[in-house]
Design a protein around this ligand. Structure first.
Ligand code: S3P
Length: 173
């Protein structure tokens, strides 16, 4: 059975959906940002501050290489994982890729709750989100399935994913 990989912009619900999905289908759950923080013993904010974005992207690629080799896991990725084609190649090799999307308003609301996303620590957060979204939307579209989470709870999104996985013969639950 393949891995299930969640990609998508910040605030689209990758982590909460991924956790629920994993427990529903009996797979282990991995959040790559969380693992990067554990392995490097610093937060992503600190990594950006002390070493810059390209350092984080390098650590991100190393982590993707590690987790892409696992089997039967649900992997939640950081929103920028799609920027590196090599990441996507590795993840797709043994994984079904599901892209979570959300409306601009929902993204702004969800990402405004905490200050843990260095790319959004701008004076004009809305403009930053619009610019990043526009440049990344074609990259998120590489997924096998795209779901808009704006109007749904993580539980409802899990139902939709499970339906899709059954249809594809990926799970028999
Ligand atoms: C990033 C998204 C973040 C995290 C880092 C960079 C991005 O993850 O990896 O701050 O480039 O979109 P989430 O999508 O889980 O917030």
């Amino acid at each position: 059975m393949k891995n299930i990989v969640l990609i998508g912009f910040m605030g689209t619900g990758k982590t909460s959906t991924g956790k629920l999905l994993a427990s529903r289908i009996g797979y282990s759950f991995i959040d790559t940002d969380c693992k990067i923080e554990q392995v490097n013993q610093m937060t992503i904010n600190e990594m950006f501050e002390q070493h810059g974005e390209s350092y984080f992207r390098q650590k991100e690629q190393e982590m993707i290489k590690t987790v892409a080799a696992y089997r039967q896991v649900v992997i939640s990725t950081g929103g920028g994982v799609v920027l590196n084609p090599e990441n996507m190649r590795m993840l797709k090799e043994e994984g079904i890729v599901i892209s979570l999307n959300a409306s601009l308003d929902v993204i702004l609301e969800r990402t405004g709750r905490r200050h843990n996303r260095p790319l959004l620590e701008m004076e004009d957060r809305k403009a930053a989100v619009i610019e990043l979204l526009e440049s990344r939307l074609p990259l998120y579209a590489q997924a096998n399935l795209m779901l808009d989470t704006s109007e749904f709870s993580p539980m409802q999104i899990v139902d939709q994913i499970v339906e899709y996985l059954k249809k594809e013969g990926e799970i028999h639950a």
